[in-house]
Design a protein around this ligand. Structure first.
Ligand code: ADP
Ligand code: ZN
Ligand code: ZN
Length: 728
């Protein structure tokens, strides 16, 4: 018998406590999926280590240990490659989560339901779908580990035949535009890197419309031409269909799969299998795709690398962007991080030479960036008493009308869905608060509901004020629903459309709505952040940020960086058509026009903005000049949460010698932006270290000690460590 160390998903927190020993008749290779008993359940695990030399397990005192036996190995599947295991180990260690939890959470959920026979069926189905080879012969009962491993290897090679190019006829041959000089330079640098002993991480800083996607396509083409696979990450599911289409058109003979949470469980498994077995040449996906095993990985692209969606916000709070960089180094694959507004972390690495900076400063063709106009809302005429100011300042409204007359499109960006963020009683000052959260409930007019966007609590709008019975309850402020209504009134005859999470709930509706915009069936498009990313709208000549200020008034030190990126990206939707580019405009309504970010925005000067932000961060000792971890917790009572955090701080100080901690700063526990959600008080404590290794050394001893501390603090319902937190 052999002893196998198997990673399983136990409720244990961090450390290697969740790699359990089992015995098996065969020495299954590390990376093999196995079904094992765990308590009263049967569960999926991943062999982490196979110990041929220690067939007889014994405890420290010499007494024999009785190991439970592996129930079944999913031997039809080639083991997950060592690089996958290494990436998962790193993720668990760095983000302070249990190894088994990470390993199991990044595998397609469907795998948990399958035994080996079921898996074999799926593999045959996949073969049939691909039309590659006759199904493998039915498997006989296995004898020895050696035979087993040989068989697995055989299946792996059988399944992993190189997909043959389907010959493309002349008509089908993809159109490749000649590269611009900037694209040419960037690609030469990238392709040269494929031969490097240790390929670099490249930061592609290209303005919106500079043709970054074409660079990704050509880099992928190069990877494919040398027999490698390419992995392309995008921040949002919404952006996968259009990217998928562009890649599919460019690589008609190649197998392309997508991986994101919008797929059915069966589809996700099938695509994952195609990637793992080497059938798929191209994998496009959202952050979870970073864990997709790829035996021939040759390129990783992270599009819009600055986007906060790359950070997972629960469980293992990993950054797929940062893991892409790690994985590239691990598997010796070039990495391309692309953005018009890189994260300051990546930008700083490019300045110090850790990343290689590639720049594309020009729009393709005759495209130019839109002229930016900042409207000072403080100087706009005041509305009559008791009335709210109009959504658009008069000069902006006039500019929109001009566009309509010329048959051009305007995009009005307002990052707040619903009709109004709060309802208000004019008699007694009642407001539509959520009883379970420290937040207002948003008024949705279409179905006349008050909805909490934090806990989901939804009620019909009351006919009268619940406190005083007054019938005059009024919306305060403006969401996209209301803006749509007001624009329809202000612009009679105009075709006004709205795209946000509420209008796109049904599958396929987003595509339909975008198609209508592209077809020119819309004059004024109102939308949340959803419409500001990635889309190549050709007819838009005016983009307006209706009310961006609220994004600035938070305690988060990243607020200006994020708003700048959002506005640059929104502005990037205008002026993509060469003919109309010269009269394209980006309007911003703000009551703090003196904020330096608007001056940089006006000049489209990312470099200057980044430089000023980095100077501030350096002086304040904030990332990227320091490293952060956030301990969050939730309790029924705020005092309980605060006590836990203070005790955790004292514990941390007792774990490392004081001289090692002199440069580590523990901030006071504070409530986050929304302090109470679904009845639980949230508190958080920031820990700042001057270097990553020092912070990691602290976390490595601190996190494992926290479960015991929690058991002394009875009221704590949840706690979590967030390493490199994005929103604080
Ligand atoms: P980005 O991702 O940098 O915002 P895109 O890749 O969307 O830019 O490119 C903007 C537009 O320019 C797209 O319509 C694209 O098809 C076109 N384009 C890109 N590269 C070229 C090129 N070399 N020649 C002609 N058109 C190009
Ligand atoms: Zn009232
Ligand atoms: Zn709520």
């Amino acid at each position: 018998m052999y002893r196998l160390a198997v990673a399983v998903d136990t409720p244990q927190h961090a450390g290697l406590g969740d790699v359990l020993d089992y015995e098996a008749a065969d020495a299954w290779a590390p990376g093999t999926l196995v079904r094992v008993p765990l308590g009263k359940r049967e569960t999926l695990g991943v062999v982490w280590q196979a110990d041929d030399d220690a067939p007889d397990a014994s405890a420290a005192d010499g007494s024999p240990v009785v190991l439970k036996a592996v129930i079944e190995a999913l031997g039809s599947l080639p083991p997950l490659p060592p690089a996958w295991c290494a990436l998962v180990s790193f993720t668990a260690r760095y983000y302070q989560r249990a190894l088994g939890e990470v390993a199991l959470s990044v595998l397609p959920p469907e795998l948990r339901k399958l035994d080996d026979a079921g898996l074999l069926k799926r593999l045959r189905k996949l073969d049939k779908a691909l039309g590659l080879l006759p199904p493998p012969a039915p498997k006989r009962k296995r004898k020895s580990a050696a035979a087993e491993v040989a068989q697995a290897a055989e299946i792996a090679t059988e399944l992993a035949v190189e997909p043959h190019d389907t010959p493309t006829t002349a008509a089908e041959a993809p159109q490749r535009p000649p590269l611009t000089p900037e694209q040419d330079t960037v690609l030469a640098s990238l392709t040269a890197d494929f031969n490097a002993a240790q390929p670099a991480c490249h930061l592609l800083h290209g303005v919106t419309g500079s043709g970054k996607t074409e660079v990704y396509l050509r880099a992928a083409e190069h990877a494919l031409s040398i027999g490698r696979q390419a992995l392309v990450l995008v921040p949002e599911i919404n952006l996968t269909p259009q990217l998928e289409q562009r890649f599919a058109e460019r690589f008609p003979g190649r197998k392309l799969v997508s991986l994101h949470s919008g797929l059915t469980a069966a589809q996700r498994l099938q695509n994952w299998l195609a990637a793992h077995l080497g059938h798929a040449d191209l994998v496009l996906g959202t952050r979870l795709a970073i864990f997709c095993p790829l035996p021939r990985l040759g390129l990783i692209v992270v599009d819009e690398e600055h986007d906060p969606s790359y950070k997972q916000q629960d469980g293992a709070r990993y950054s797929a962007r940062d893991l892409a960089v790690y994985r590239g180094r691990l598997e010796r694959a070039p990495v391309v991080l692309g953005s018009a507004t890189p994260s300051l972390e990546s930008w700083q690495h490019a300045q110090t030479g850790r990343y290689r900076l590639l720049t594309m400063a020009q729009r393709v063709g005759q495209g130019v960036l839109p002229a930016v106009r900042i409207i000072d809302m403080k100087t706009q005429p005041r509305p009559p008493r008791g009335q709210e100011p109009p959504a658009l300042a008069p000069p902006l409204l006039a500019a929109v009308k001009e566009r309509i007359e010329r048959g051009e499109q305007s995009l009005l960006f307002l990052n707040r869905r619903g009709f109004a963020p709060v309802l208000h009683c004019t008699a007694c000052d009642w407001k539509s608060g959520c009883p379970h959260c420290s937040a207002w409930r948003v008024f949705h007019k279409l179905d006349r509901t008050l909805r909490c966007h934090h806990c989901g609590f939804t009620e019909r709008v009351p006919r009268a004020c619940p406190d005083c019975g007054n019938q005059d309850i009024q919306p305060m402020g403006r969401g996209t629903e209301r803006l749509e209504e007001q624009m329809a009134e202000a612009l009679p005859g105009a075709r006004v459309a709205r795209i946000d999470a509420d209008t796109t709930r049904l599958k396929g509706t987003l595509e339909q709505q975008l198609a209508a915009v592209h077809a020119g069936d819309v004059d004024v498009l109102i939308g949340t952040q959803m419409v500001t990313k990635g889309h190549d709208f050709r007819r838009v000549t005016l983009v307006a940020a209706v009310n961006p200020d609220s994004a600035l008034f938070t305690a988060d030190f990243r607020a200006p960086e994020r708003l700048f990126a959002t506005l640059m990206q929104a502005g990037g939707r205008a002026g993509r058509d060469a003919e109309a580019a010269a009269r394209s405009e980006m309007w911003v309504q703000t009551s703090v026009p003196e904020h330096p970010l608007f001056a940089a925005l006006r000049k489209h000067d990312f470099d200057a903005f980044a430089a000023s932000q980095l100077t501030e961060r350096d002086m304040a000792g904030l990332p990227p000049f320091s490293h952060l971890a956030l301990l969050r917790c939730e309790a029924r009572e705020a005092a309980v949460a605060e006590d836990f955090l203070k005790a955790a701080r004292d514990l941390a100080r007792s774990l490392l010698p004081a001289e090692q901690l002199t440069d580590v700063m523990f901030y006071a526990p504070v409530p986050p932006h929304v302090a109470k959600v679904a009845g639980f008080e949230r508190r958080q404590m920031l820990v700042e270290g001057p270097t990553r290794p020092l912070l990691q050394r602290l976390l490595a001893v601190w996190t494992p000690a926290l479960p015991a501390l929690r058991s002394q603090h009875k009221g704590i319902v949840r706690w979590a460590i967030d390493v490199d937190p994005l929103s604080i």
